[in-house]
Design a protein. Structure first.
Length: 455
């Protein structure tokens, strides 16, 4: 199927030349003035347009062309524009790019060069359109309080978060570093009836042991050298809200006793104080260590473990939810480009393939940081594997133990299906064509591997 190209050109001879030379690949529509051009652009029918800056009623100056170029973002925000300008008008070409043009082609027009520019511009538009589809999926489905995922395993995590948010029981979140345990804690709090009250976060491994008790429970004036006044601790600050104790496996045994007492009696005492303070604070704890092993080695109290583990919540590694990797990558890309106030940015097909192939030992945090690296080291509109440091990803070993040929084949099938869905924006027909299988066969594979598709 031919792609739609709008040619904004007032010289009939040039318009005919372009129609004749490009009509094999593109469906050409000609606009000879700004009035026609605006109507056609507003239709949203054209991914790409060429624009001659010299248009009536002032064809000898770029005035009309620049005025139209400035209005295109509001008329057709997703149309990419290639400006046609004279060889001696480099200043106009630079200005056009600054106003949002995707590229420019000098007069007299070299049709081979224009053909290359058009092919590249249409490809970028397709990548951006794919990006927008994935962004719509992120905003409509597959997300919960900032957490993103479309796989069956993440659907179960979201379901569990919604369930536990309806209670006041302690929650123990487990998972490897970088999987999103803090995001899960935030989601539980935001969905609970405590959402309007504080969520206080403290990393138990980041504070020196001699200061941690004061941070958690506060102290009275004169409780120790340097205690010049009363300090309200994190538990009190979280009263009627939630306290999130990250890396609780690093908590010293002495403080484990005090946490246990709070869970049993809902009371604390400030360091150096004698008054018992009753609090209504929910505890959510998280750890990347195996607390059951820590209990066996006497590094963690067994009674505290069972008190905290009322509702366990396990966050899977990123490579255990491959269906959502590209969606999550687009979510971070949108978030980071918004923060940096950068324009539309997309992943190249090679980048998408690298994203789905990489083992992700650093989980979600590594994914976010690699996208930040790409945005911090390139100003281009398209992100390539090298921008993320993934140029050699194909040679990296997959950190997965496969014991049988059947398991190997099933894993390969699942990865191939996920890649095809990622590259086609979850379009079943296109993904089936890419995999060279029928739609029913693809549906069977989706069901078999528990891959959910949200459109």
């Amino acid at each position: 199927m031919k792609k739609n190209l709008l040619v904004i050109e007032d010289e009939n001879s040039v318009a005919k030349q372009l129609r004749w030379s490009l009509s094999k690949e593109y469906e050409i529509t000609i606009a000879s003035d700004t009035i026609q051009a605006r109507k056609l652009l507003a239709s949203g029918f054209f991914p790409v347009a060429t624009l001659d800056l010299g248009l009536p009623p002032h064809p000898d100056t770029p005035r009309q062309g620049f005025e139209l170029l400035e209005k295109i973002p509001s008329l057709a925000p997703h149309t990419r524009v290639i400006v046609i300008t004279g060889n001696a008008e480099e200043e106009n070409a630079v200005k056009a790019i600054a106003l949002g043009a995707a590229d420019f082609c000098a007069k007299p027009i070299d049709l081979k060069i224009l053909s290359i520019i058009l092919s590249r511009t249409f490809k970028i538009h397709e990548l951006e359109e794919s990006n927008r589809r994935l962004q719509r999926q992120t905003s409509q489905t597959g997300s919960l309080c900032g957490m993103v995922g479309v796989s069956s395993v993440m659907a179960q995590v979201f379901k569990r978060i919604k369930q536990v948010s309806e209670t006041d029981y302690p929650v123990l979140i487990t998972g490897e570093t970088g999987t999103g345990k803090e995001m899960a804690a935030r989601a539980v709090h935001r969905l609970s009836n405590r959402a309007a009250k504080p969520l206080i976060i403290i990393n138990c491994s980041a504070i020196p042991e001699n200061l941690l008790e004061s941070e958690l429970f506060g102290h009275e004036k004169g409780a120790f050298t340097g205690a010049a006044g009363r300090k309200i601790g994190k538990f009190e600050q979280a009263n009627q809200g939630t306290i999130f104790l990250d890396e609780i496996g690093e908590l010293p045994l002495l403080l484990q006793v005090k946490i246990l007492r709070f869970l049993q009696e809902s009371t604390i005492e400030r360091l150096g104080g004698t008054k018992t303070i009753t609090l209504d604070t929910r505890i959510i704890a998280a750890t990347n260590v195996n607390l059951e092993d820590a209990v066996k080695h006497k590094a963690f109290r067994e009674d505290l473990f069972y008190r905290l583990n009322v509702i366990p919540l396990r966050i899977p590694n990123l490579n255990q939810r491959p269906e959502g990797i590209v969606l999550l990558a687009h979510h971070f890309l949108l978030e980071e480009t918004h923060n940096l106030q950068r324009g539309q940015t997309s992943f190249s097909p090679a980048a998408i393939a690298a994203l789905t192939t990489h083992a992700w030992p650093g989980n979600v945090r590594e994914l976010q940081n690699r996208i930040r690296r790409a945005l911090g080291t390139t100003t281009g509109k398209v992100i390539h594997p090298s921008d993320m440091g993934l140029e050699n990803v194909a040679t990296e070993p997959v950190k997965e133990k496969l014991s049988t040929l059947k398991e190997t084949r099933e894993t390969a099938d699942k990865i191939a299906v996920c890649k095809a869905l990622a590259l086609t924006g979850n379009n079943i027909s296109q993904a089936a064509k890419l995999l060279e299988i029928s739609r029913p066969t693809l549906h069977d594979l989706l069901k078999k591997h528990g891959i959910s598709i949200n459109k």
